[in-house]
Design a protein around this ligand. Structure first.
Ligand code: NAP
Length: 262
């Protein structure tokens, strides 16, 4: 039997309770990793952690708001205390717009955007990734074993989305954050990469999927003609986390059905 690709590694996954983060937590556990599942929804994170434990790995669920510095530092400290270290961080927590829970198929041009909406998305999608990367990198440097940091950005880092300006800006910011960190952390054998998914079936895109006209228009822009699955992104993360991905740093991978090349 082939050996597992993440045997004895400890992974911390934000946004791990849902969608891409959840799929990544389970994929990593299948490959032997112990997993800390961090999310603002603790109950759902606990359910994912229970699935990880059923796969025979150490699992931990932790509540965090990634935009809150003390909570992020506490999340990393708890992961180190309970799993024994952080070898891999996947920063997947994010929101598509500020008024989460409301319909998000009504784009709002930037000229109409309230500053509060702008700040809320940037605080989670960009400040949150910075805080998680920084806290995990500090532990990785202290442990001296190298590490892998994988930030989930979006195809929107390259493609301006009218009506979701703050989302595109936050994801472009994650892409540059990734490259600066990749240069700064290379000396510590910590690789830093980003994944820029296209249109993926998750709870985040559920309102868009339900809006038939909107979904049709989006899928028409995908050369492969279908939406992606959360597992497509999880497999990209697995590649960057395991030995096969060791020579990648500062890169962006696009599981996107071809959207970005157009
Ligand atoms: P999802 O199913 O909504 O999962 C995101 C998870 O992150 C949710 O559990 C969410 O909780 C949590 N979260 C949000 N804000 C948080 C915060 N401040 N602190 C801690 N947890 C927080 O969405 P997804 O589609 O898997 O998205 C995962 C990542 O992929 C996001 O960064 C997203 O921007 C990116 N992405 C998604 C797609 C796509 O098509 N789905 C495409 C490109 C990029 P709530 O449910 O309470 O918000």
């Amino acid at each position: 039997m082939a050996s597992l690709r993440l045997e004895n590694r400890n992974a911390l996954i934000t946004g791990g309770a849902s969608g891409i983060g959840r799929a990544t937590a389970l994929r990593f556990a299948e490959e032997g990793a112990n997993v800390a599942v961090a999310d603002r929804n603790l109950k759902a994170a606990e359910e994912v952690a229970a699935e990880v434990a059923r796969l025979g790995r150490k699992a931990l669920a932790t509540a965090v708001d990634v935009s809150e510095e003390p909570q992020v530092d506490a999340m990393v400290a708890r992961t180190v205390a309970e799993l024994g270290g952080v070898d891999i961080l996947v920063a997947a927590a994010g929101v598509s717009h500020a008024r989460y829970g409301e319909r998000n198929d009504h784009p709002m041009p930037l000229v109409e955007k309230p500053l509060g909406d702008w700040r809320k998305v940037l605080a989670i999608n960009l400040d949150g990734v910075f805080l998680c990367d920084r806290a995990a990198a500090r532990e990785m440097i202290k442990a001296g074993r190298g590490g892998r940091i994988i930030n989930i950005s979006s195809a929107a880092a390259r493609i301006p989305l009218p009506g979701s300006g703050e989302y595109s800006v936050s994801k472009a910011g994650v892409w540059m954050l990734t490259r600066v960190l990749a240069l700064e952390l290379a000396q510590h054998r910590i690789t830093v990469n980003t994944i820029g998914p296209g249109f993926i079936k998750t709870p985040m895109t559920a309102p868009v999927q339900r809006s038939e006209g909107f979904a049709k228009r989006l899928i028409e822009r995908v050369p492969l003609g279908i939406m992606g699955e959360a597992s497509d992104v999880a497999n990209s993360a697995l590649f960057l986390a395991c030995d096969e991905g060791r020579y990648y740093t500062g890169s962006i991978l696009h599981p996107d059905g071809g959207v970005v090349m157009q």
